[in-house]
Structure formats: C-alpha cells, structure tokens
Design a protein around this ligand. Structure first.
Ligand code: ZN
Length: 320
C-alpha cells in the first residue's frame, strides 16, 4: 500500500495539471477514494494552487493600479507644466514689447521653475521622487537668486545661496542619506557626513559674508565665537555615536558635557569678544550655573548607573 501511495503522490501534480493519461487518472481517482492520506495530499496541493493563483492575481492588480496611478500622475505633471507655460509666454511677449529686451522675464521664468520643481517634478519623476524634487528645487532657487542678483546689480548671491544650502544640509541631507545612500561607510556614518557638510557650509557662509562686506575684519572673531558651539556639537556627535559604552553611559557623558558647555559658553564667548570680567559664578550668571551644574551632576549619576548596570548584565551573561 505504501508503494502505491508513493506512486500516486508522484502522479498528483500531473493529475492536477490534467496531463495524466486516462489510465493514470482512473488509477489516481480510484486510490484517492479509498486512501485518506493521498486524498489529504491532493486537497493540500489544490489549496496551494489556489493560493498561487490568488497571489498571481493580486500581483497583477497591484501592477495594473501602479501603472495607472503612474500614468495619471505623469499626466497631472504634464498639465501643470503646460499651465505654468502660460505666464512664461505672456511675460516673454510683454517684456519684449515694453523693454525691447528680456530682463525681468528671467525672474518670472526662474520663479516658475521653483514652482515647477515642487509640483511638476514630484509628479513626473519615475523614481527617487524626493531626491529629484530636492535637487531641482535647490537648483531652481539658486538660479532665481542669480537672476535677481544680476537684475538688482547686487553682491548677495553667495550669502543667500550658501544660507539655503546650509539649511538644506541641516534638515534635508540626513533624510536623503538615509533614503538613497547605498549601504557602506557613509550610510553607517550618516551623522559624520552631515556634520562635515554643515561645518564646510558654515565656513563658506562666513567667507561669503566677507565677500559681501568686502572686509575680513570680523572674520577672526566670528570664527572664534562659532568654533565654541561647532566644536561642542562635534564632541556631542563623537560621544553619542562613537563612544564605546552602553547607551546609559553615553547619555550620562553627553548630559555632563552639555552641562559643562552651558556653564562655559557665555563666559567664553564674552571673553572672546572682550568682556573678561563676565565670571562663571557672577550673580548675572547664577541661574545658568545652577542649571549647568545640575545637568552635569545628573549626567554623572546616569553615567555611573549605566556603568554599574552594564557590568551586572555582563557578569550575568558570563555566568550563563
Ligand atoms: Zn495513498
């Protein structure tokens, strides 16, 4: 009987697909009518077939809906792009007619490019919508700044552009790196990448202000003041991301460091700009002092607790 069962079970897939010979079909059916085990296998196989069909069908529906939605959003993007062309053409004609040349037309054109970057691009981009929207928005905005700067004969282009880039690097860059960077060194060190970009852009901002003011007199003192918070933020990154300790210890170290930072930031900056009489523990500074010392003390407690708990957990693991 066992041998017959094996033969029937081998035949079942062929039987289900309807490609058995007539004799084999009869043989299978006859056996199944009296063998519970083989009829059970047959119904299981049937269910799997149905599941497969349902999954295939679902996949088809998803693909169809995705394709349709894509076509519709692409069409909507095209329509918006078409609508945006109307003011472009009107302004082109009016600018030519009134000024016999093109000047403010370029401001209208680049403004509409900014609008298009936030409406047309996300609708029409096939993939990586967020990336392309961000890049086109920044490019269009810088172009608008450039055109306006030339139109007004100003020198503020670099100050405005670097400010925008610094803002984007702070807010948008972490999301872009998280979403689109292939796994690897920079994916694992997103914070480092963002901090590098922010620091470089901050330095560029100072330089562009110097270019705008046509003076470097302020630069040394400004860089000294900026160095205090920038260095502190770098140290915080190193503590939070790279200190080899458990989370509680890292939190404690970061809290203590931040407490010390609050304590020294005002006196230090006052010292840099030439008010050395601004003391750490003066009556002007006592609320600051209480907060910072409290934070530092709380940090030390968290740090010690974290270290002790970490040690206990490690001992237990070693025992196990
Ligand atoms: Zn059987």
């Amino acid at each position: 009987m066992k041998n017959i069962c094996d033969i029937v079970q081998d035949l079942l897939p062929l039987y289900l697909d309807g490609i058995c010979s007539e004799g084999s079909c009869e043989f299978v059916e006859e056996h199944i009518s009296e063998c519970e085990k083989c009829s059970g296998t047959l119904s299981k196989l049937k269910n799997t077939e149905y599941d497969k069909e349902i999954i295939d069908e679902k996949e088809k529906v998803i693909q169809y809906t995705y394709k349709k939605t894509k076509q519709r959003t692409f069409l909507a993007g095209g329509v918006i792009a078409g609508i945006l062309m109307i003011p472009v053409v009107i302004c082109l004609i009016v600018n030519l007619a009134t000024g016999h040349a093109l000047n403010w037309f370029f401001i209208v054109l680049t403004s509409l490019m900014v609008t298009a970057s936030l409406t047309v691009v996300p609708l029409m981009a096939a993939d990586k919508k967020f990336l392309y929207t961000t890049l086109s928005f920044v490019a269009a905005l810088l172009l608008l700044f450039g055109v306006c700067c030339i139109y007004t004969k100003g020198r503020w282009f670099f100050v405005a552009s670097v400010s925008v880039l610094l803002g984007m690097a702070t807010v948008i860059l972490p999301i872009l790196v998280q979403k689109y960077f292939p796994s690897g060194f920079w994916k694992r060190n997103k914070g480092l990448l963002v901090y590098c970009a922010d620091t470089v852009l901050l330095l560029l901002l100072f330089l562009s202000i110097a270019v705008y003011l046509k003076s470097t007199g302020f630069l040394i003192i400004a860089l000294k003041i900026a160095a205090v918070p920038v260095l502190s933020m770098w140290i915080m990154l190193l503590i939070i991301r790279y200190l080899r300790a458990n989370k509680a210890v890292r939190t404690g170290v970061a809290m203590s460091f931040f407490g010390a930072f609050v304590l020294v930031i005002n006196p230090l900056i006052n010292y840099i700009i030439g008010y050395p009489e601004y003391l750490y523990f003066s009556s002007d500074n006592y609320i600051n002092t209480i907060i910072s010392l409290g934070l530092a003390a709380a940090g030390i407690i968290v740090m010690i607790a974290g270290a002790v708990i970490g040690k206990i957990i490690k001992n237990r693991k070693d025992q196990v």
